[in-house]
Design a protein. Structure first.
Length: 98
């Protein structure tokens, strides 16, 4: 399972995910292949409950005059996390042994 944001400003995660999905299909990957693509989400997609007091990062300024932009918006990234989280849990439940 892959999750990508269409507004990822760090790297083209959606394109990379599509390449991975094509490769898995061509090589007859024996497990279920799922790509959750969220058009308006950025790179940093928070998972609910991991950092409950921190909003999804849209920009990071590590200093030295440099700014790293992750894309998306608080609203789009939050919607993505809320939609993707139960799907990820379900995927793991269905595909992990034990």
């Amino acid at each position: 399972m892959l999750v990508s944001g269409g507004d990822d400003q760090l790297w083209p995660s959606s394109k990379f995910a599509e390449i991975v999905m094509e490769w898995l299909t061509c090589h007859h990957h024996p497990y279920k292949n799922i790509h959750l693509h969220y058009k308006d989400a950025g790179h940093f997609l928070c998972f609910p409950y991991t950092l409950p007091y921190m909003p999804p990062n849209v920009m990071l300024s590590p200093g030295g005059g440099m700014t790293v932009t992750f894309g998306g918006s608080d609203k789009a990234n939050t919607r993505t996390a809320l939609d993707a989280w139960p799907k990820m849990l379900d995927f793991l439940k269905q595909n992990l042994d034990g």
